[in-house]
Ligand binder design. Structure first.
Ligand SMILES: Nc1ncnc2c1ncn2[C@@H]1O[C@H](COP(=O)(O)OP(=O)(O)OP(=O)(O)O)[C@@H](O)[C@H]1O
Length: 261
């Protein structure tokens, strides 16, 4: 199963976000989408997930396993594609366990609802995100970071092939950023594909094997992390001076100075 874009162009009146983007994202890959605020990262995540119609002429420019996401049944799509948006539409009034259990909804096999496997996978996802002691707390009482971990746990319980994640590390402290990135890396090694919007380049450098850079004028650079993540591309992308620092064979990128300030 492959997620593909073919000549994908995204724009709002007066603003071109990307032009003729052709991408192939395969199971086992972990992609970082990088770029300045407002360059179109969220819009691209929406387009990849079928939340935004993108047709060029008679052809659809986003395909999952050869079919536009809009043509999948919602249940079948939810078994294969998990999406984390930056903001959640609406509030959930149940507890953390009930919230994470929603991830199993596309997998329900019979009219009696969730079975022991669904319940077990929910508990394991809660445990993996270190939320066991909060499982019976109303979701609305959780802190920002705890709630973000519950959102990751829901996706983990959903077990899709594709994960589209818009700023999955938002609100997380350093330990839980590491927990989340380690989990994402493990999911990719088990055959899932992950596409995530990140603002911290060091996580992209360490855990993602592919990078997509969205520039302000619709120009895009994509490819292996090894080839694309370098000082000159990043300085052009973020419009500031950046230094590369190597620690324990890992490449980190530190913002140094603002040109002209
Ligand atoms: N409905 C809309 N109508 C017009 N312009 C829009 C609309 N939605 C978004 N935009 C603009 O399109 C651009 C891309 O928005 P998008 O949310 O994809 O950016 P982003 O790269 O995710 O930004 P951030 O890093 O701040 O989250 C922004 O300049 C935004 O103001």
């Amino acid at each position: 199963m492959i997620l593909q874009t073919r000549n994908l162009t995204l724009q709002y009146p007066g603003k071109l976000l990307c032009c003729n983007l052709s991408l192939t994202i395969k199971p086992g890959e972990c992609w970082a989408i990088l770029g300045q605020n407002g360059c179109g990262k969220t819009t691209l995540i929406h387009a990849l997930g079928g939340l935004r119609r993108v047709d060029s002429g008679n052809e659809s420019s986003v395909m999952i396993a050869g079919k536009p996401p809009q043509t999948w049944s919602r249940r079948e799509l939810a078994r294969n594609l998990g999406i984390m948006l930056q903001e959640e539409p609406g509030e959930f009034w149940g507890n953390v366990y009930e919230y994470v259990l929603l991830g199993r909804y596309p997998h329900i096999k019979n009219m009696f609802g969730w079975d022991a496997i669904d319940q077990d996978m929910t508990l394991k996802a809660i445990e993996r995100m270190e939320l066991t002691s909060l499982a019976h707390r109303p979701l609305v009482t959780l802190s920002g970071g705890e709630r973000q971990r519950a959102r990751i746990a829901l996706l983990l319980a959903q077990t899709p092939v594709y994960y589209l994640l818009d700023e999955p590390l938002q609100h997380l402290d350093l330990r839980h950023q590491l927990l989340a990135m380690t989990l994402f890396n493990e999911l990719a090694r088990q055959g899932s594909a992950l596409v995530m919007v990140l603002h911290d380049i060091s996580w992209a450098s360490r855990f993602c094997d592919h990078v997509l850079m969205l520039f302000d004028n619709g120009h895009v650079i994509s490819g292996s992390t090894e080839e694309t993540l370098n000082q000159s591309n990043l300085e052009a992308l973020y419009q500031c001076n950046i230094k590369e620092v190597v620690v324990n064979h890992g490449r980190h990128f530190v913002p140094e100075t603002m040109p002209g300030v």
